[in-house]
Design a protein around this ligand. Structure first.
Ligand SMILES: C[S@@+](CC[C@H](N)C(=O)[O-])C[C@H]1O[C@@H](n2cnc3c(N)ncnc32)[C@H](O)[C@@H]1O
Length: 252
């Protein structure tokens, strides 16, 4: 399969080159999300810290699907000493991750649906704003279930209203249906209001570093951040009719 045919492949290759070099973007991430994990999404530090209780220490193995340049995994390893594994279709991102994290770490440039791991490899599988790139969600959840050890946990942050259309609520998302189809019991937290507030911080942080983005020649990324956060110029009631964000945790 030609990766270039996949949604946003070229854009992510460029994004991760920029994320490695741009001081403005690194400062923006730290300000907006509380920590710079080169986020192209919505994962602020309070959400990432929710993963920590599931990691039982340095013998634990954690896989991040859509790991980008691995900074979130690096943080989780720094806090717990765990083994870190990640895959992402962006070769630039995986190259950066593999250079940065070399201890108890492995990174694969791989595509959802094609990347494979041995059964019962992981204690925790995380995926922040990435699972919706799966073309066949029930099949992908089945694969994740197979990769988890018995008692292992899937932690997925899941957005509706951009890649995926907004459905009625947290029980009607494509992911919720796929979890039920695979007989995985899950808990879900609606974090749409926190996300609305976080998008506000994202917009303010982008504006704070506008000049630095411009001076670096990265004005187009600044413009993208403003475009991405345009939705918070509407009141929350209108925002939440179009967008939602949930955290699903499912135990095998
Ligand atoms: C919205 S970003 C989220 C990145 C990161 N997890 C975060 O929270 O900032 C989606 C990530 O998934 C990767 N991605 C998109 N489509 C993919 C696919 N079909 N297979 C593997 N990775 C993919 C992108 O390169 C990107 O790193």
């Amino acid at each position: 399969m030609n990766k270039k045919d996949l949604l946003f492949y070229d854009a992510y290759e460029e994004f991760y080159l920029m994320a490695e070099k741009s001081r403005a973007f690194q400062l923006f991430c730290a300000e907006a999300f509380g920590e710079d994990f080169s986020q192209d999404g919505f994962s602020d530090i309070s959400q990432v810290n929710m993963i920590l209780p599931f990691i039982a220490g340095e013998n634990a193995h954690i896989l991040d699907i859509g790991c980008g340049n691995g900074k979130m995994l690096g943080y989780l390893q720094e806090k717990t000493g765990c083994h870190i594994h990640g895959f992402d279709f962006s070769e630039n991102a995986i190259k950066a991750a593999a250079q940065k994290y070399t201890r108890r770490a492995d990174f694969i440039a791989g595509v959802i649906g094609e990347t494979e791991y041995a059964p019962e490899s992981f204690d925790v599988i995380t995926s922040m704003d990435t699972m919706y790139f799966a073309k066949d969600m029930p099949a992908f959840v089945e694969q994740i279930k197979k990769w988890l050890k018995p008692g292992g946990v899937l932690f997925a942050a899941y957005q509706e209203g951009d890649v995926m259309p907004k459905t009625a609520d947290e029980t009607t998302t494509v992911l919720a249906k796929a979890l039920r189809q695979n007989s995985l019991q899950y808990e879900v937290k609606n974090i749409s209001l926190q996300t609305y507030r976080m998008l506000k911080r994202k917009r303010e942080a982008a504006l704070k570093y506008e000049k630095l983005f411009e001076n670096e020649g990265n004005k187009s990324w600044f413009d993208m951040l403003l475009w991405q956060t345009e939705c918070i110029t509407e009141p929350y009631e209108q925002f939440s009719a179009k967008m939602a964000r949930y955290i699903y945790t499912a135990k095998k």
